[in-house]
Write a protein that binds this ligand. Sequence first.
Ligand code: TYM
Length: 336
Amino acid sequence: MCNTNETTPKQRVLSCIQPSGLLTLGNYLGALKNWTQMQSQFDCTFAVADLHAITVRQEPAKLRSQIYSTFALLLALGIDPEQNTVFIQSQVPYHTALSWVLSCYTQFGEMSRMTQFKDKSAKHPDNINVGLFSYPVLMAADILLYQPAFVPVGADQKQHLEIARDIALRFNHLYGDVFTVPEAYIPKTGARIMSLQDPAKKMSKSDDNANSWIAILDSKDDIIRKFKRAVTDSDSCVRMSPDKPGVSNLITIYGAVTGKTADEVEREFEGKGYGDFKLAVGEAVADTLAPIKQRHDEIIKDKKELERLYKAGAEKASRTAAKTYFKVMKKVGFVL
Ligand code: TYM
């Protein structure tokens, strides 16, 4: 006989974002936009990965305010904290605890090959700390604790996700099916948004040149000004091409915010110059981000409500994380 109450459980999704500075249009198009869209279909867990932020030196008061702001931004994006689990990583100690265990199942050689480690060590030669080196293991713990099927990220996190999968497979091979082996969920458009000043580099909040990136919380005037100054090339043809990286990046951005294909964007600006095109991109981006900024600025004012939500989020996350953590401890041979 059919049981009409039976429903298939939703597949799980997990992702995190660092609060190290203002979040960018790259974060939004590469990851956050997908997070919001996935919540209706999946059982989602999203976190502010504050522990990751201290691999580079942070000013304590600034870090604290960025953690609040990032948490508020997740809510402003429309992520529902009742329907999903939204929390701050450092408030769930299972992440660091599992990270230690997983680090004993990760090889030094694997970590040495991580491109982000190489890039960040080159950028901060005076602070190549062990945390920077073992960062992907903490990220693997963030993921594997929640047994997600999918991890929505931008293209730059693909290598870290592959390591998380390798660690999960290795552990499962030794101890049986402990971890779900997750898949990266990378958007077709917007997975790699480039700097507006140097389209060979990814758009990043840690870029010293503020004209190279758009903050989600930038004002409309700033957004338009930055797009007007964006690097293009000497001809004036709006066309997607490997020899036109600046223009191609702007087409990608415009396409991602308007939902138009590259062909449609090229047709729209046929016979028009870069001036018109850059202004249209700036306006479309500003119109997309304005309501998010407005909601963020309202939410951040109510610290009490924020505190209630992040504490409830941490409790909910801890319940799921504890199940995986104690399973791991038992399998490895610890006394529970
Ligand atoms: P983070 O904080 O640097 O970036 C957060 C998300 O934004 C994406 N992203 C981009 N996408 C497209 N174009 C860009 N220019 C761009 N810049 C950033 C990133 O790919 C990411 O999806 N290690 C992670 C945070 C993390 C995490 C995790 C992610 C910690 N634990 C567990 C997933 C699962 C990071 O530093 O992302």
